[in-house]
Design a protein around this ligand. Structure first.
Ligand SMILES: [Zn+2]
Length: 417
């Protein structure tokens, strides 16, 4: 059966259109039109003047049990995992294939040096030391089903790290296999390193110093995308954004008590640069026209799947992005960058991954939280099926304990003479 949304505004992933109606059948959008596209026998959904958006894409998560269901609860219909073990990825992909939860693509295990970040979170993991191991490392990830490659720059950090030649060799090996490469950074020097190595996406935004104009221009000229993950950075640098997520009734109504507690609990913090520097760097990238991707880095402390992407959108707008550009960062841009040609836009022929919100996110970005309906591949998502239980939130206790260990280890290293 076909479904037709009528009486709507439509943001197509890049801009608002003069359409009022979107029709879809068999999981695919079949028509977008200025007048009602409804035909006899259709299920007709009256949007009441609300806005249809493409299903949201979170460009940076780490899979844990419940991740995909909770994501879809908040209109996130695709997540891009940026480091998980192959058995976790396989289980998630299997779940996404048989139930109406968010779809997933994954890097599997990222490339780092022995003892390098994020070994404390995930050891034991395969690692490498030299450029001539890059080919073998990448082919192992491909054999495990990786959709893209994650590489870790540890430059400016306190852990063992890959050298520039090894990162460059990893990028070349991944590109030879058609994989997009995402470079994790924690410093401006790290950004220099991964940009020089030719990555396609920079993950996180540094706050240790200002991104200089020459580096920003290199990123823009090379067409490299940046996923700042401000929703996690703000918590890391001591500005608890989780409370802002839990404090919005439009998000809290489908969070559940366990997740609200997790969002508002104390977060292990490192003294560091002010969070405002991270936003300043995003503003520099935005001003230079760099492609930005919305990602949460959930489930890092202070974040939850799905809900925190709405926080990320708000933070991106605070950095000077227009609401349309912020929405593109969570729809059409990640679809383009990661080669997900079937989604990310409201257009005939694309997957019917759709979110209907009341209000207009193009004038108030937080309207993305006022979700009325969600469809993944044309199938309606029951938003209340996953009002996450305390038990599911507690499954993250192990993850949080590892984060606390990392923070303690960094403190210990910093205290060494
Ligand atoms: Zn991450």
């Amino acid at each position: 059966m076909a479904t037709t949304i009528v009486n709507a505004k439509v943001f197509d992933g890049t801009r608002s259109r003069d359409w009022t109606s979107v029709r879809f059948a068999d999981g695919v959008i079949t028509e977008c039109s200025v007048v009602s596209a409804a035909r006899e026998g259709d299920e007709v959904v009256d949007a009441g003047g609300g806005t249809v958006l493409p299903g949201l894409i979170d460009s940076h998560v780490h899979l844990v049990p419940g991740a995909l269901a909770q994501s879809s609860t908040f209109g996130v219909t695709t997540v891009l995992d940026m480091f998980s073990k192959p058995d976790v990825v396989a289980a998630a992909k299997e779940q996404a294939s048989r139930s109406n939860v968010a779809d997933v693509r994954s890097s599997g295990i990222g490339a780092t040096a022995p003892g390098g970040h994020p070994s404390l979170m995930y050891a034991p993991i395969p690692t490498l030391t030299t450029a001539d191991e890059a080919e073998g490392f990448v082919s192992e990830r491909v054999a495990e089903g990786a959709d893209h490659l994650k590489v870790f720059s540890g430059v400016g950090g306190r852990w063992p790290a890959l050298d520039a030649a090894t990162i460059t060799a990893l990028v070349a090996a991944a590109h030879a296999r058609g994989l997009i490469v995402v470079g994790h950074v924690s410093s401006v020097a790290g950004v220099e390193q991964v940009v020089s190595a030719g990555v396609d996406v920079v993950a996180h935004v540094p706050a240790d110093a200002a991104l200089g104009p020459r580096l920003v221009d290199r990123i823009a000229d090379a067409g490299i995308a940046v996923g700042p993950t401000l929703a996690t950075v703000e918590n890391t640098l001591g500005e608890p954004g989780g409370a802002a997520v839990a404090g919005d009734p439009r998000l809290a109504e489908v969070l559940g008590d366990g997740w609200v507690r997790r969002l508002t609990a104390g977060i292990p913090r490192l003294s560091g640069p002010p969070y405002s520097r991270a936003e300043d760097n995003v503003r520099r990238l935005a001003d230079a026209g760099v492609t930005l991707l919305a990602g949460t880095d959930a489930p890092n402390p202070g974040t939850v799947f799905g809900a925190s992407l709405h926080r990320e959108l708000e933070l991106l707008v605070r950095c000077g992005l227009s609401p349309a550009r912020a929405l593109a960062a969570a729809t059409s841009e990640p679809a383009r960058v990661f080669g997900l040609a079937d989604r990310g836009r409201v257009a005939a022929g694309r997957r019917a991954d759709l979110v209907l919100v009341s209000g207009d996110p193009l004038t108030d970005i937080t309207s993305t939280r006022a979700i009325d309906r969600i469809w993944r591949a044309g199938i309606a998502v029951d938003r209340r099926a996953f009002v996450a239980s305390a038990a599911e939130a507690e499954q993250l206790d192990a993850f949080d304990a590892r984060v606390a260990e990392v923070v303690a280890a960094v403190r210990e290293r910093r205290s060494r003479p």
